[in-house]
Design a protein around this ligand. Structure first.
Ligand code: NDP
Ligand code: KPL
Length: 297
């Protein structure tokens, strides 16, 4: 029996917990801030249900084989008491978040040889605690090597396609390039398609070009086609559509991952001497969007 604890069963964590709990060889628990009774997830393959063990505080935790951290990237320190309770000498910890800083954010909490960064491409939204819609097929990318292989193996019997990649850094930056333009609808609170113009295209393209340039300076391969498809996706965005979790978070008045998704482009751009004026401007504006919205928790 493989024991798996998921810290933060929101849209992503709840979806992954429900899929993993379908495997009778897994003992799945969820570590919550807001209690849940069970999980009901509408997936591309139909509705799946699960009733994992629910831990409401770190004092209820004990060492497990795997911890999957699926909190937002600004909640790192909030996971520390959970990690202390759930980690034994052989526990592996997967960080399943957006952004490119999985390892550096958690380096002070988890030994490097047991920290597994994960890129996830899986659109999911939560309507209530434990009630989630996974709207498209899920993809997970992990670094090549034993830890990555073991993480991918956990998802072998799920809908989610998990694979190892020798060039994992490129997986992260390609995803970030696709995601960084979502800061526009997060600011305007409107889909970009219906208000598309040459000026809007220039802004979206600049955001993605800057991200790709910084990613390349960090050693990633980010093909120009990724920039072009980011622009095309924003052009095609229909009225009423949500451009992912940062847009959904602003609409809900939640804290946003501004720093992990766009601030990082500015910071690492500075490190490499790459100007990132579009990201810098929109980060400043979104962070300044004021009450009742907060930028980071
Ligand atoms: N949603 C999506 O479609 C996608 C999201 N991602 C990324 O995945 C990561 C998770 O996002 P998402 O699932 O959308 O976020 P959610 O806000 O839906 O879920 C985060 C969860 O973390 C919980 N949490 C926060 N602090 C603690 C704590 N101290 N102890 C226990 N639980 C805690 C929250 O609790 P509470 O229930 O109280 O809110 C919530 O359940 C982010 O990095 C995001 O960018 C990546 C791809 C797609
Ligand atoms: C765009 C999407 C859904 C892709 O997985 C995402 O990363 C997010 O919502 O944050």
């Amino acid at each position: 029996m493989t024991s798996i604890a998921i810290v933060g069963p929101g849209a992503i964590g709840g979806t992954l917990a429900a899929w993993l709990a379908q495997n009778a060889d897994f003992d799945v628990s969820v570590c919550v801030r807001t209690p849940i009774t069970d999980l009901v997830v509408e997936t591309p393959e139909g509705v799946i249900k699960a009733a994992p063990t629910v831990l409401t505080g770190p004092s209820q935790g004990e060492p497990v084989d795997w911890v999957l951290v699926t909190t937002k990237a600004y909640s790192v320190d909030a996971t520390a008491p959970w990690l202390k309770a759930l980690c034994g000498p052989t526990t592996r910890v997967a960080i399943i978040q957006n952004g490119v800083e999985h390892v550096s954010l958690f380096a002070h909490l988890v030994p490097a040889d047991r920290l597994v960064p994960v890129m996830i491409n899986l659109p999911a939204s939560r309507s209530a605690p434990g009630r989630i819609v996974q709207s498209r097929h899920g993809i997970i990318a992990v670094p090549a090597g034993q830890n990555g292989e073991a993480l991918a193996e956990l998802f072998a019997h799920t809908e989610i396609e998990a694979a190892t990649h020798a060039d994992f850094v490129s997986q992260l930056w390609v995803k970030l390039t696709g995601n960084c333009a979502a800061i526009v609808p997060a600011l305007t609170l409107r889909a970009t398609g219906p208000v598309w113009s040459h000026d809007m295209e220039a802004i979206v393209r600049a955001l993605a070009e800057e991200c790709a340039a910084v990613g390349r300076a960090e050693g990633a391969v980010v093909p120009q086609a990724v920039v072009d498809s980011t622009v095309e996706n924003m052009r095609a965005m229909k009225e009423g559509a949500i451009a992912g979790s940062i847009h959904a978070d602003r609409l809900a008045g939640n804290p946003m991952e501004i720093e992990a998704r766009n601030g990082v482009i500015v910071r690492l751009g500075e490190k490499h001497g790459i100007a990132t004026p579009a990201n810098r401007m929109l980060v400043t504006l979104l962070a300044a969007s004021g009450t009742p919205w907060r930028s980071e928790a």
